[in-house]
Design a protein around this ligand. Structure first.
Ligand SMILES: *[C@@H]1O[C@H](CO)[C@@H](O)[C@H](O)[C@H]1NC(C)=O
Ligand SMILES: *[C@@H]1O[C@H](CO)[C@@H](O)[C@H](O)[C@H]1NC(C)=O
Ligand SMILES: *[C@@H]1O[C@H](CO)[C@@H](O)[C@H](O)[C@H]1NC(C)=O
Ligand SMILES: [Zn+2]
Length: 468
């Protein structure tokens, strides 16, 4: 794909006792099925006398989430953790430490994607991977991404405590820069892993808003790369499955009182930048017939975006004009220039691309009718949506059913590292409810119980996939 990355803008082994455990861990259901499952999977007797319990250390996990949130450049409850900043480096050290405590072998690639591996019985088989990100946009919350990294490490701990031994290796990944905050590139780590040549080339010239190059920023964070061939980061046939645990970032699960969302598809955005230019002029002196108002052209295009999106006939198609700027921006001056940025998304690529084309045609005809110049129509990115793999969906459903957790199939309207991992591995995502669907703000919250449920589904699914 021709990625136009001229984006100017974007973790000892516990000998635990069941009597202790049943009080220390916020474990919920009667988990006979779980024990049976673990025995089936591992051939390892896990059934000890006493009340059986799936040993998620929900309290310990919450403590880690809280500790990680302290690596922030803004005061609590907000979290600000930008790529390669001092706080990001400290948070990375925290994650590597946890991975090592869990007995995982840790490695990092050139851009700081972090991998923690538990070798399976058969190291020749492709591994099963899971992970997410820990970077946080300015003034955001402490759960986005973090649940999928710390939760993944805890899922590994759960399997180890249960005496499980995987056939395929299991790997936890912490992705570099899911958020576009510093370099304007979203899902930088996963995009590169998935083999984006465009990104591998673009990174050599990428600078941040302070004109600090990607190389210098990475070096400052301890990644001693120098004119690195970023293609070293590319992966291929490394994983047999990839899973990501994430807060929903939407209100559906909470509203419907459902514990687990099983993601069947991830919608992907196309981003478009448009500029119109006209003659401008004095708001009093230039009479209406003589005008070519770039502002009105932008307004008309914004309405056209809504119309074309609604014409698709599917509620999965969405479009947003989130930026509309007028120049010179004075009450008594006819806009001589307008700048519009459009985000349109769908789970069906063809349908989304039809919308993009209709928007293009509208921009052309609006310019003609209003006698303004369409000085720019640039598609900044047009990533394809991704479908979850059917066997992984089945494995997640099976896990939720065995754990007696309510669940539903759903679409991810936001995109994640999983969108890119889907290019190199069969993919699946597990959603958990979050308070009012809030995300990317300090009010972001997920309960310790919901997080523990997500970890259980993740652990069971990983166990199943590692034996297949
Ligand atoms: C950014 O840094 C480069 C290399 O140091 C320099 O050549 C360039 O002029 C700088 N650009 C700006 C806008 O400061
Ligand atoms: C499963 O969950 C339902 C609803 O929460 C509950 O009524 C039922 O008793 C649970 N069954 C088992 C076997 O735990
Ligand atoms: C797991 O690996 C062992 C040893 O390689 C093999 O004998 C067994 O059949 C494997 N089990 C599954 C479910 O693949
Ligand atoms: Zn996220």
């Amino acid at each position: 794909m021709s990625l136009k990355l001229v984006l100017p803008l974007h973790f000892l082994f516990f000998f635990f006792f069941f009597f202790f455990l049943s009080s220390a861990c916020a474990s919920t259901s009667t988990d006979q099925s779980w024990i049976r499952t673990m025995e089936e999977f591992s051939g390892y007797p896990t059934h000890a006398p006493g009340p059986p319990s799936l040993p998620v250390d929900a309290e310990g996990l919450q403590k880690q989430i809280d500790e990680l949130s302290a690596f922030s450049d803004t005061p609590a409850p907000s979290v600000t953790r930008v790529l390669y900043s001092d706080k990001d480096v400290a948070a990375r050290r925290y994650i590597k430490n946890l991975m090592e405590k869990s007995g995982l072998s840790v490695r990092e690639d050139a851009v700081g994607n972090i991998f923690g591996r538990w070798n399976g019985n058969d190291v020749g088989l492709a591994a099963v991977a899971t992970g997410s990100h820990i970077d946080a946009i300015p003034y955001s919350g402490k759960y986005d991404g973090v649940v999928g990294v710390l939760g993944a490490i805890e899922a590994i701990n759960v399997l180890k405590r249960s005496g499980f031994q995987p056939n395929r290796s299991l790997e936890v990944i912490m992705f570099t820069s899911e958020e576009p905050t510093r370099f304007g590139i979203s899902c930088l780590g996963s995009r590169l892993m998935a083999g984006s040549e465009g990104l591998a080339n673009a990174l050599k010239e990428t600078v941040d808003a302070q004109n600090i190059s990607f190389f210098d920023a990475a070096r400052a964070a301890g990644y001693h790369i120098d004119q690195e061939d970023f293609r070293n980061v590319f992966l291929k046939d490394t994983y047999s499955s990839f899973l990501e645990l994430h807060i929903e970032q939407g209100p559906i699960l909470e509203e419907e009182g459902v514990s687990i969302g099983i993601v069947t598809a991830i919608a992907a955005p196309a981003s478009i930048k448009v500029e119109f230019e006209g003659n401008g002029g004095h708001a009093g002196a230039v009479l209406m017939p003589a005008r070519n108002d770039a502002g009105l052209a932008a307004a008309e295009l914004a309405l056209a975006v809504e119309k074309h999106v609604l014409e698709s006939g599917s509620t999965d198609t969405v479009g947003t004009v989130g930026i509309l700027e007028l120049h010179p921006g004075a009450i008594n001056s006819i806009p001589s220039k307008s700048h519009v940025e459009i985000d349109t998304r769908d789970i069906d690529e063809t349908r989304r691309n039809i919308v993009v084309e209709k928007i293009h045609q509208s921009a052309i005809s609006i310019a003609k009718n209003r006698r303004v110049r369409l000085s720019e129509f640039k598609i900044i990115n047009q990533d394809p949506p991704a479908l979850s793999a059917e066997p992984i969906i089945k494995a997640m459903e099976h896990a939720a059913r065995q754990l007696n957790l309510s669940h539903k199939l759903m679409i991810s309207r936001a995109y994640h590292d999983s969108l890119f991992m889907a290019r190199i591995s069969p993919m699946g995502m597990i959603f958990i409810p979050c308070y009012k669907g809030y995300s990317h703000k300090p009010e972001e919250f997920a309960s310790a119980e919901d997080i523990a449920n997500g970890v259980k589904v993740l652990a069971l699914t990983l166990a199943k996939l590692s034996q297949s």
